[in-house]
Design a protein around this ligand. Sequence first.
Ligand code: EPS
Length: 369
Amino acid sequence: MAGSTFGTLFRVTTAGESHGPGNVCIVDGCPPGMELSAEDLIPDLQRRKPGQSRIVSPRKEDDTPEILSGVFEGRTTGTPIAILIRNEDQRSQDYGDIKDKYRPGHADYTFDAKFGLRDYRGGGRSSARETTVRVAAAAIAKKLLRLTHGIEVVGYVDQVGELRATGIKPEEVTLEQVEANPVRCPDADMAAKMEELITDVRKRQDSIGGASTIVATNVPAGWGEPVFDKLKADLGKAMFSLPAVMGVEYGQGFGVATARGTEHCDTFVPDADKAPPIGTDTNRHGGMLGGISSGLPIVLRCAVKPTSSIPQDRPTVDRNGKPTTIATRGRHDPCLLPRFVPMGEAMMALVLADHMLRQRAIHTADQSG
Ligand code: EPS
């Protein structure tokens, strides 16, 4: 399926649209013998689903996953794991008006340009609804990474519009801090301001962008495949495959453009907690050197654009290029960031699970990695 499969050894294929009967994924490559049930998938699906707070889409979905294959007597069998999540609260009539028009800034136009037709209901396959099954698949990846290496992947919101939480230490952020407020910003004071801003933007029938940092701790040194499948290349592809992501940076990120080498390059130091026993005193490199993990936390940050579906009337054109106006009715997120966090974590976990298996594959003889 062109473009719908991700990963090499830990491989995920998704199918489904926002207003069809449901979304499915097939996870191929999960090693046999790992305890797994639908319960393992639920916590992250609950964090991702719409209707969870007053600052996200009010669409009501349970997002209860059904595991259809690949698990026997509570353990993975090593065969493909199929997961189904049904759509339950579609309101396709909301989209009747935009059937032949293009939302500014939306994939409506490019889907039509590509396929010559599109499922216009709720954004079809370009909808964030598709990420349900990615998050389900990644819950398996997260469990595998935790059990084998103690790896934790945690994301958070650090910017909404002009409000930026500075001073957060990425590697110290806990899931509990992130989940303590509906914005998912671990700085509680800033989270309250961000929530107010999102509420205000929604009242004005507008939307707002922001940024999210995703961190993986305990990733051993050595993961990533030079040259085309470097960890930073695969993570970049993973993040850019999510709806609305416009930028990805690692560590010091775009700050490197003004940095001197003497300021940017982290100094190697002995670190007895690592194998090999080497670390760096700072982490401006974002946990990857040469696209290979260094043993330091992997830190990436995504810039996410404001939701393109806005209820205000705006100028656009129809399918024939004739000027008209458009207002989107649907139940849209005024800010994508709070629900972006589990999606970003999911893509990071899928990449890491894939590279864990790839590292294992090249070290079968010496059993390291
Ligand atoms: C979305 C539009 C909205 C959101 C949807 C993402 O869909 P609808 O208008 O049908 O309510 O609710 O998010 C989800 C349903 C979800 O599960 O994430 C979009 O255009 O991306």
